[in-house]
Design a binder for this molecule. Structure first.
Ligand SMILES: [Cu+2]
Length: 122
């Protein structure tokens, strides 16, 4: 291998490391990626390194869906019975507070059961 190819490779590596650490602070995640907040979105969050300070962006048609932040029990049962916070703009930006998990469901009848729920560890 020619010596000349080693240095550009190192520069690329350094660039990658630098940018990866920059992104860590306050990254925006569009929930469900291009599909948005919709049926079957559950599980989208699993492979993601979502951290406190990051922002979840929920995109949806507000006449069809909403976003309700709930406790773990309500997340599991798909029923809003405990403390909750409802978002209805259709383009909700929710910053994740440090410590523990955050649970989000759609409270329209049947939607949570059809996979409109995510659990994020921040
Ligand atoms: Cu819904």
């Amino acid at each position: 291998m020619a010596r000349g190819t080693i240095i550009p490779t190192l520069q690329l590596l350094l660039l990658a490391v630098c940018c990866a650490t920059t992104v860590v602070h306050g990254k925006e995640w569009t929930v469900g990626d291009s599909k948005g907040w919709t049926f079957g979105v559950s599980g989208w969050e699993r492979a993601k390194r979502i951290q406190s300070g990051d922002v979840l962006v929920f995109k949806y048609n507000p006449s069809m869906h909403n976003v309700v932040q709930v406790g773990e029990g309500d997340y599991n049962s798909c029923k809003v019975s405990g403390p909750s916070r409802t978002h209805t703009s259709g383009n909700d930006h929710i910053k994740l507070a440090p410590g523990g998990k955050a649970f989000f469901i759609c409270s329209f009848p049947g939607h949570c059961q059809q996979g409109m729920k995510i659990a994020v560890t921040a």
